[in-house]
Design a protein around this ligand. Structure first.
Ligand SMILES: [Zn+2]
Length: 259
């Protein structure tokens, strides 16, 4: 036990249990859980983050944001949720529109468990190969699915294959949607063992001092490896940051009267 460390997850004591549901939730995971160290709330604006293509997120050294793409998928997403629950970790899921609508209850469950939800295309297309009309049709179908399943508009978008087009960047900027690229990944779409994934994660987190990690909840191997990956993050002393977005667009000079 290292009671003096500020890096530890919430400690659960009899007194803490009286303090509310957030602390009570911590009781569900072990005293040694990775935990979620802090929440980073981003404004709803036309920003773009992720060092592979854009500016870095405002993270401290050794802070990690965990993201999952391509779900929801009934065979693997529930296992990912279970592994995150066991470590009291909150992540961001970039869902594809078609499975989001086909598995609406699962999409809502992801959100209900406290994770953030962004979007990742309606059909996961290579947009560079599509006409502008087809790109816009994909975006509109995606927006309709999000509205139907989760309500409102998605605060964040990750391009399928990270293949960004100026046309869709413009459309997303107009709707004040944050574009989220990545800092590092472990190629979890390729065959490999959980240990190989963990070794890559160790190496790349060390090289970048943390950052936005790309994983795929639609991959069985990722769901199976996730407990080890989270233990690896914990073992090396990184701290998990949960991304959230403000509900309202940022004030643009005039005070909104609401609505
Ligand atoms: Zn994808």
């Amino acid at each position: 036990m290292n009671a003096g460390s500020t890096l530890r997850p919430l400690r659960v004591t009899a007194a803490a249990l009286l303090l509310g549901s957030a602390l009570s939730a911590a009781a569900a995971c072990g005293d040694d859980a990775l935990g979620t160290a802090r929440v980073l709330t981003l404004p709803r604006e036309a920003a773009a983050y992720g060092r592979m293509q854009h500016a870095p997120l405002p993270l401290q050294p050794d802070e990690v944001v965990i993201t999952f793409d391509d779900g929801p998928r009934p065979e693997s997403t529930p296992l990912v949720l279970k592994a995150l629950r066991a470590e009291c970790v909150r992540a961001t899921f970039f869902m594809v529109g078609e499975p989001m609508r086909a598995h609406a209850a699962l999409a809502r469950e992801v959100k209900a468990q406290g994770h953030s939800v962004g979007v990742h295309g309606w059909r996961h297309e290579h947009f560079a190969a599509l006409t502008e009309a087809a790109q816009l049709a994909d975006l509109r179908a995606l927006e309709a699915a999000y509205r139907e399943v989760l309500g409102g508009t998605a605060p964040a978008y990750r391009f399928p294959f990270l293949e960004e087009t100026p046309f869709l960047r413009g459309a997303l900027a107009a709707s004040r949607t944050t574009v989220m690229s990545v800092d590092l990944g472990v190629e979890d779409w390729e065959p490999q063992t959980a240990q190989q994934m963990a070794d890559k994660l160790t190496q790349r987190l060390a090289a970048s001092r943390g950052g936005i990690v790309l994983l795929h909840d639609a991959q069985d191997r990722t769901a199976a490896a996730l407990p080890l990956l989270l233990r690896t993050i914990k073992a090396h002393g990184y701290r998990v940051v949960h991304l959230q977005w403000a509900d309202e667009p940022p004030a643009s000079g005039l005070k909104s009267s609401g609505g």
